[in-house]
Design a protein around this ligand. Structure first.
Ligand SMILES: *[C@@H]1O[C@H](CO)[C@@H](O)[C@H](O)[C@H]1NC(C)=O
Length: 289
């Protein structure tokens, strides 16, 4: 009885001591692993090769460059034109094929351009704007959606904030006197709020004249490298010469959301050749189409 009792009491004792040993070893192993991790000798495989580190911006650049548009584009680079107004040129923003596509789409629908009446908010004929033009509905087809996506990538303004693309044609003598793209009336800000920025794309080269001029820019107008190529009108401000495929971005509002009067701009009269351009106006909020 006593022996049996002793045998019975000894067995659980041995089992419990081996369990303690295993537990002790596990705790020690965890401790050693933690020490190794803390000392940086071991590292957890968090940085896998398919997720680039947060400061690697190559994926953003790729998403802009990949843009599967129509036709091949020349070398692309951006240029700061001025900070007052904030104006930038994106060279070879559109391919030649895209420019021709837009012109051909618009050609059968060109109508005499109007300006917005500041008292009624309605469109009216005007001598200050003598071009002809038409609107292409936002998201109208695959090529236009591609261009609108590219504009959103460049401006960081969502596609939904943009009006439809406007295509404009200026013949010799036709121009658009200096004006603001922002509105001073209630009527025109009902949809999408104020216009915040404009992207103006040149769909053709212009032999002479047709510059986009910023007469109120805070800059030394004559310091631009193309000064000697400008028309008399172009020399009245900071000017950008139209070049097929280039896009000019300028902001009508400052970063503090105040209106920027230095964004005053005009289209100089074409002296020789033909000017085709396309405008994308963008608002501070969603613009319903
Ligand atoms: C403006 O730029 C031109 C050409 O670079 C230079 O000759 C002229 O001195 C500048 N004017 C001022 C006021 O800085």
């Amino acid at each position: 009885m006593a022996m049996a009792k002793g045998r019975h009491s000894r067995m659980p004792g041995r089992r419990s001591s081996s369990c303690t040993l295993v537990l002790y070893l596990l705790v020690m192993l965890s401790f050693v692993l933690l020490m190794l991790l803390a000392l940086g000798i071991l590292s957890l495989p968090i940085n896998t090769s398919d997720s680039p580190p947060a400061n690697d911006l190559s994926s953003i650049v790729h998403s802009v460059e990949r843009g599967d548009g129509l036709g091949a584009r020349g070398e692309q680079w951006t240029e700061v034109i001025a900070w007052e107004p904030r104006a930038f040129v994106y060279h070879n923003f559109l391919s030649k094929d895209e420019c021709e596509y837009l012109i051909n789409l618009a050609k059968p629908h060109m109508e005499k351009s109007t300006v917005v009446d500041s008292t009624t908010g309605k469109s009216k004929d005007s001598r200050v704007r003598t071009s002809s033009g038409t609107f292409l509905k936002r998201g109208r087809d695959k090529i236009i959606r591609g261009i609108e996506k590219r504009i959103a990538d460049f401006t960081f303004i969502p596609v939904e904030h943009g009006e439809g693309l406007q295509i404009l044609h200026y013949e010799v003598g036709q121009k658009y006197e200096p004006h603001y793209d922002y509105f001073l009336d209630e009527f025109n800000t009902k949809n999408g709020g104020q216009r915040i920025a404009t992207v103006l794309m040149y769909l053709s080269d212009v032999e002479e004249g047709g510059e986009t001029v910023f007469p109120a820019a805070n800059a030394n107008f004559s310091s631009v490298p193309w000064w000697n190529e400008l028309s008399e009108c172009g020399k009245k401000g900071l000017s950008v010469k139209p070049k097929m495929g280039d896009a000019l971005l300028f902001w009508s509002m400052r970063p503090d959301a105040s209106l920027d009067p230095s964004s005053l701009h005009g289209g100089c009269a074409v002296i020789k050749g033909n000017k085709w351009s396309s405008t994308k106006w963008m608002h501070v909020s969603e613009y319903k189409v």
